[in-house]
Design a protein around this ligand. Structure first.
Ligand SMILES: [Zn+2]
Ligand SMILES: [Zn+2]
Length: 1018
C-alpha cells in the first residue's frame, strides 16, 4: 500500500505536469496547426491587439492577456533595485504552411525603480535583439514594465510585468504572439500582503507574499518570485492521531468488550493536548508574535471556552456510560455491530468519531434535555461523517430495544438531494444488518432492525396499486417491475452481489431478496423497505430519504409513524401497522383488500416518537427550500410534541460553518453546536494531523485565447491519450513518470476515469457532444457517461456500479463522467481521482463538496478551469491558493428566513391539513377527508379552528411574528372556514377549501432561484 501510494503520488504529479506542458506547447517544436488555436497557457497577445479591444475592457485582457507578471510590496524606501528575468518563444509560419517554434530566448534585465508612482520600462532593446536573432526578422518586441501604484491600504505596490510590445499583425510572421512566457524577479526584499477577501481570525494566516497577474506565483528564494501558468494548491492527507504519541485502542473489538479504559485514555489525551495548545499563556504568546488585534484575542478566548466545554461533554459521556448499564450495553453492542458491518475493510473508529459519539450520548438517555441543541458534524479534512452518525443511531436503536421500544422509527435521515444517496443508503443498510445479527445473537426482543428508503415516486413507489392505471410503472403484474425499485447493490448481511428483486403478492411487499444460500439472514426478504406504504406498515428503525418527502404528511395519514404511534396493528402476519381507515382500506390496513380488524398497538404509544431527525448537507437548506423546510420542521416538532410529549434531537452535517448558528435557529428553532471544535490554528488539531502524503492537488487554469470548451476538450485529450499510452506501453510511460511499471494496472484504474464537473447542463451537454469528435485519442473514442439530475434512477445505479467495479479491459471502461451538482454529495468511489471542473460553481460550499469526490483514498488531481472573463472566477484565480487553503471560510453566508409571506402562502395549506389528519382525525372518531366531515367536526368542536390558527402562528413565529404574516394566517383561516361552511362549487376535499390552493407535493415545489439539484422528473 505504501509503495502503491508513493507510486500514485508520483504519477499524479507527472500527469498534472503533462497536462500543463501540453497546454503551453513545451514539448512541441513543429505543428501543422496554428499555435494560437492550440496553446491555452503561457501565451501573450500583442499589447496593441489588447488595446484595440479596449471596448471589451479588462475582461478581454484576462481572456487573452498581453502581459504576465507579479504584484509585490518592496520593503526598501527610496529605490528598488532588482533583477528581472523573462523567457519566451515565437512560432514561425514556414513555407509548407506548417509552423516551427524558435529556440527559447531568455533575457536578464537589471531594473532600478524609484519608489514613487509611475511607469518605467526596461530591457526593450535586449528583447528586440534576441527576438530578431531567433526569428530572423525585426518585428517582435517585448519589455519589462514596472509600475508603481498606491495599494488599497495606501502603501506603494510594485508591479513587474513582461509585456508583448509587438505589432498586432505582421505579414511575414503571421502570428505576433509570444509563447511559453514567464517572468521572475530576484534580489528584491518584500513584505507580505494581507488577504482582504477574508476577515481577521486568530486561527488563520492571511499573509500573501505576492500576487500573480494573469498567472500564479512561486517563491524562488528569500527575495525572489516567479510567475507560474497555473496556480497550485495541494492538500495533504491527514492522520487521525498524532504520530509518535501513544494511541488508545479504538478498534470495534476492544470497544465491544472493554470500552471504558480506552475511552478514558482518549479523554485524558484530549485534555492534556488542550492544556498545551489552548493555554492562556500560549494564546498570549501567539497574540504578540502574530500581532493579533484585541478582538482576535477575545475570539481566541471564546474558542478556548468552547473547546473546554467539548472536553467536558466527552468526559460526561464516559461518566454516563460507566453509570448506566443499559447505555453501556447498547454502546458495546453497537461496536460489535459496526465491526460486523465494516466487514474487514476497517476495524477501528477514527478518534473524532468516538469523540462525537461520547459527546452526544446524553441525547440517548435524556433526549428532552438535549433536544434543544442541534449537533453538527463538521470535519473539513476527511470523510467518515456517515459512520459517525451511524454509531450514534445504532447505539440509540439498541438502547430503544433494551428500554422496551420494540418497534417504530428511531431515526429519520434526510438528504437534500434525491439520487446519489444510494451509496450512503447501502452503508446504513450494512450497519443495520450488523445490528440485526447482534440482536439475534443476543436474543434481544423486538422487531428486526430494518431500513426504510423514503424518496420520490420516480425512484421507488409510493404504493403498489392492485389495479394500476396505464402509465404507472409500478404494476404488480409486470415481472420487470420489482427490479426498477432496487436500491441496494449488495446484500447487507453476506456482502454478495446476490440481490434479486421480487414482489410477494401474499403480503403485498416489494422485496430485496438475497439468493446466497450461505447468507446469515435466515429469511427470503431482507429487512429493507423501499415502498412508502411498507415504510408505514413496518416503521423500520431507520428511515433514509430525501427531505422533500416531508411534504407528504399533509396528504398521508399513514405518515403518523414519523411523529407518533400508528392507530393499531393488523393481526394478519406480514401486514404491519394500521392507520386511519379510508374507503379503499376500510380497516386501516394498508394491504389492499385486507379484511382483518386491527388490534391495539400492544405498546405505549409515546414510545413511537423518533429520537432523531438527521439532516445531511445542512448548508443546502437555504433560500426558499430552507424557508419552506423551516415551516415543516416546526410542524413535525409540534406533532411529535402533541402525540408523544417530546421533540426529537436533530443531528446535521454541513460543508461549512459560515452562519450555521443563524441557519439552525431559523430552520429548527434550536441552538447549534459543532463537533469537533477546530483547533487554535490549522496546524493544531487534536483530531487530524496532516501528513506528507498528497491528498488532492488543485490546479487553476485560466485558458488564454481559446474557449473554455476547447480547453476542456484539449485537457481530456491529453489525459486520455496518456492513459492509453500507459495501457499500450506501460514500461515506457512508467519510466517517464518515474514509477515502477508493476503499478501500471493500478494507475490505469486510478487515473483512467476523468470527472468533468459542470455548473450548467448546457456546459455538460457540450462536453458530451464534443467528446466523440474533439477528444482526439488514438483508437475508439472515449466512453462517456453522465450523472446529472436528468439521469434516471436505474442508470445512476448502473453507472456507480461500473465505476466501482470497472470492466477488465481499459477500453471498455467509463473514461469520462460528465457530472452536475447532483454528484457533489455522497459519491464515494476510490477510483475517481481526476476532475476537470468547468468553471467555478456558484457557491464555495459546492466547490468544496464537488472536488472532494476525487482523491478520497488515493491522490487526486483537480483542474479548475476558470471562466476567467467572469469577475468571480477572476477573483478566485487571483487568491487561488488561499481559496483552497481556507476553503470553508470563503463560503458565503447562507440566506435563509422563516418569515416569508410568499413561502407561508405555499406552506400553510400543508401545515393545517397535516395537523387535521394527525391530531384531529383520531379525536374525531371519523375520517376528516371530506369537506363535509370536517364541517361536522368543527361544528361539534367550535374552538378547533381558532386553536389551530394560534398553534400555527406559534409554530412558525414563536411569538415574534410580524403583523403582515399574522394577518395572512388570520385571513387564511377565515377563508378556510368559510369554504368549509359553504364550499365552492364541486369542492369535496379539504384541499379544495384551502384558500391558497393544494398543499405542496414536495418541499422542492417552491424552489425558485436555486439550482435544481435533484431528479427533475415529476
Ligand atoms: Zn445475503
Ligand atoms: Zn391486514
Amino acid at each position: 500500500m505504501m509503495d502503491e501510494y508513493v507510486a500514485a503520488e508520483a504519477f499524479a504529479d507527472w500527469l498534472g505536469r503533462e497536462v500543463l506542458m501540453a497546454a503551453r506547447g513545451d514539448r512541441e517544436f513543429t505543428s501543422p496547426h496554428e499555435p494560437k488555436g492550440k496553446y491555452l497557457l503561457g501565451r501573450l497577445a500583442a499589447e496593441l491587439e489588447v488595446a484595440n479591444q479596449a471596448m471589451l475592457g479588462e475582461r478581454f485582457e484576462r481572456m487573452e492577456p498581453c502581459a504576465v507578471g507579479l504584484r509585490l510590496r518592496p520593503s526598501g524606501a527610496d529605490t528598488w533595485d532588482f533583477e528581472a528575468s523573462a523567457s519566451c518563444v515565437a512560432w514561425l509560419r514556414i513555407e509548407d504552411g506548417t509552423w516551427r517554434k524558435t529556440e527559447k530566448i531568455a533575457c536578464v534585465v537589471r531594473c532600478s525603480v524609484p519608489a514613487r508612482v509611475g511607469t518605467f520600462a526596461f530591457g526593450a532593446g535586449e528583447f528586440r535583439r534576441e527576438l530578431e536573432r531567433t526569428t530572423g526578422v525585426e518585428v517582435l518586441g517585448a519589455e519589462i514594465r514596472s509600475e508603481v501604484e498606491v495599494g488599497r491600504d495606501g502603501r506603494l505596490d510594485l508591479i513587474v510585468q513582461l509585456v508583448n510590445t509587438s505589432p498586432e499583425e505582421d505579414t511575414t510572421l503571421q502570428d505576433t504572439r509570444l509563447y511559453e512566457c514567464s517572468l521572475a524577479v530576484a534580489g528584491l526584499p518584500t513584505e507580505d500582503f494581507v488577504l482582504e477577501a477574508l476577515p481577521d481570525s486568530f486561527r488563520y494566516d492571511r499573509r500573501v507574499p505576492a500576487y500573480g497577474l494573469n498567472a500564479g506565483v512561486e517563491r524562488t528564494g528569500p527575495d525572489g518570485f516567479s510567475t507560474i501558468d497555473a496556480p497550485v494548491c495541494s492538500r495533504r492527507r491527514p492522520v487521525y492521531w498524532e504520530p509518535g504519541t501513544p494511541a488508545p485502542d479504538l478498534t470495534f473489538g476492544r470497544l465491544a468488550s472493554d470500552p471504558l479504559p480506552q475511552l478514558e485514555a482518549l479523554a485524558v489525551a484530549l485534555r492534556t493536548w488542550g492544556d498545551q495548545v489552548w493555554s492562556d499563556a500560549g494564546l498570549d504568546e501567539r497574540a504578540v508574535e502574530e500581532t493579533w488585534s484585541a478582538s482576535m484575542r477575545d475570539e481566541a478566548g471564546r474558542c478556548r471556552l468552547e473547546f473546554q466545554t467539548e472536553v467536558e461533554r466527552i468526559e460526561t459521556g464516559i461518566a454516563t456510560l460507566s453509570a448506566n448499564a443499559r447505555l453501556l450495553r447498547a454502546f458495546q453492542l453497537m461496536n460489535r455491530a459496526i465491526g460486523i458491518s465494516a466487514a474487514g475493510k476497517y476495524d477501528a473508529w477514527r478518534p473524532f468519531q468516538v469523540g462525537f459519539l461520547l459527546a452526544n450520548l446524553a441525547s440517548i438517555v435524556d433526549p428532552s434535555a438535549d433536544a434543544e441543541i442541534v449537533d453538527i458534524v463538521w470535519f473539513a479534512t476527511g470523510g467518515g461523517k456517515t459512520e459517525t452518525y451511524l454509531g450514534l443511531i445504532v447505539t440509540a436503536a439498541f438502547h430503544d430495544r433494551l428500554r422496551g421500544k420494540a418497534a417504530g422509527i428511531t431515526a429519520w435521515s434526510r438528504f437534500p438531494l434525491r439520487l446519489l444517496s444510494l451509496q450512503q443508503t447501502q452503508r446504513f443498510a450494512n450497519a443495520l444488518a450488523g445490528a440485526e445479527i447482534v440482536r439475534r445473537e443476543e436474543g434481544i426482543d423486538g422487531k428486526p432492525f430494518a431500513l426504510g428508503f423514503f424518496v420520490g415516486q420516480s425512484s421507488t413507489p409510493n404504493a403498489i396499486d392492485p389495479d394500476p392505471k396505464s402509465g404507472n410503472q409500478w404494476n404488480p403484474n409486470d415481472d420487470a417491475m420489482p427490479a426498477k425499485a432496487q436500491v441496494l447493490e449488495v446484500c447487507p448481511f453476506c456482502r454478495q452481489r446476490s440481490i434479486e428483486m421480487g414482489f410477494d403478492r401474499a403480503v403485498w411487499c416489494l422485496e430485496h431478496r438475497c439468493t446466497n444460500d450461505t447468507c446469515p439472514w435466515p429469511h427470503r426478504a431482507l429487512p429493507v423497505f423501499v415502498v412508502d406504504d411498507e415504510v408505514y406498515r413496518f416503521l423500520p428503525a431507520v428511515v433514509v430519504g430525501t427531505l422533500d418527502k416531508a411534504a407528504s404528511i399533509a396528504r398521508q395519514a399513514s405518515m403518523r409513524g414519523f411523529v407518533g404511534a400508528p392507530i393499531g396493528r393488523c393481526p394478519k402476519p406480514g401486514h404491519g401497522w394500521t392507520y386511519a381507515p379510508r374507503s379503499k382500506r376500510p380497516n386501516g390496513c394498508l394491504v389492499p383488500g385486507c379484511k382483518h380488524r386491527p388490534e391495539a398497538l400492544g405498546c405505549d404509544p409515546i414510545l413511537f416518537g423518533p429520537s432523531y431527525r438527521l439532516q445531511d448537507e445542512l448548508h443546502l437548506l437555504r433560500d426558499s427550500l430552507g424557508a419552506v423546510d423551516s415551516h415543516y420542521e416546526a410542524l413535525y416538532d409540534d406533532l411529535q410534541q402533541e402525540l408523544c410529549g417530546s421533540r426529537p434531537k436533530i443531528l446535521a452535517s454541513s460543508a461549512t460553518l459560515t452562519g450555521y448558528e443563524k441557519q439552525v435557529d431559523v430552520l429548527y428553532r434550536r441552538k447549534a453546536r459543532v463537533f469537533p471544535q477546530p483547533g487554535p490554528s490549522p496546524r493544531d488539531n487534536f483530531w487530524a494531523t496532516p501528513t506528507a502524503q498528497l491528498m488532492r492537488r488543485y490546479v487553476a487554469i485560466a485558458p488564454r485565447g481559446v474557449t473554455i470548451e476547447y480547453a476542456v476538450d484539449r485537457m481530456l485529450t491529453v489525459l486520455q491519450q496518456t492513459m492509453r499510452r500507459l495501457m499500450d506501453d506501460p514500461a515506457a510511460v512508467c519510466a517517464e513518470a518515474g514509477v515502477d511499471p508493476a503499478h501500471a494496472d493500478l494507475l490505469l484504474s486510478l487515473f483512467g476515469t476523468d470527472v468533468v464537473y459542470g455548473n450548467t447542463l448546457r456546459d455538460l451537454d457540450a462536453v458530451e457532444r464534443s467528446s466523440e469528435t474533439q477528444i482526439a485519442v488514438d483508437g475508439p473514442p472515449p466512453n462517456v457517461v453522465s450523472l446529472t439530475g436528468r439521469t434516471g434512477f436505474e442508470d445512476v445505479r448502473a453507472i456507480l456500479n461500473r465505476l466501482e467495479t470497472p470492466e477488465p479491459a481499459f477500453l471498455d471502461r467509463v473514461h469520462v463522467v460528465t457530472a452536475s451538482s447532483m454528484m457533489s454529495h455522497g459519491v464515494d468511489i476510490d477510483r475517481l481521482n481526476v476532475m476537470v471542473m468547468l468553471g467555478l460553481p456558484l457557491g464555495t460550499a459546492e466547490f468544496i463538496q464537488a472536488t472532494a469526490r476525487v482523491g478520497r483514498r488515493w491522490p487526486g488531481l483537480v483542474f479548475v478551469v476558470h471562466k476567467i472573463g467572469r469577475e468571480r472566477d477572476a477573483a478566485v484565480f487571483r487568491d487561488f491558493e488561499k481559496f483552497v487553503e481556507h476553503g470553508d471560510r470563503f463560503v458565503e453566508p447562507i440566506p435563509i428566513t422563516r418569515r416569508s409571506r410568499r413561502v407561508l402562502e405555499r406552506t400553510i395549506a400543508g401545515l393545517e391539513l397535516a395537523r387535521l389528519l394527525m391530531l384531529h382525525e383520531p379525536r374525531a372518531g371519523h375520517a376528516l377527508t371530506l369537506i363535509t366531515s370536517i364541517r361536522r367536526y368543527i361544528t361539534a368542536n367550535p374552538d378547533a379552528l381558532d386553536d389551530e390558527r394560534n398553534a400555527i402562528m406559534d409554530s412558525i413565529a414563536g411569538g415574534a411574528m410580524d403583523s403582515g404574516m399574522r394577518k395572512d394566517i388570520e385571513t387564511w383561516f377565515e377563508r378556510f372556514e368559510r369554504n368549509l361552511r359553504s364550499p365552492p362549487p364541486n369542492a369535496m376535499f379539504p384541499s379544495q377549501a384551502s384558500p391558497s390552493g393544494d398543499p405542496m407535493l414536495s418541499l422542492r415545489d417552491v424552489e425558485e432561484g436555486v439550482p435544481v439539484m435533484g431528479n427533475t422528473q415529476p
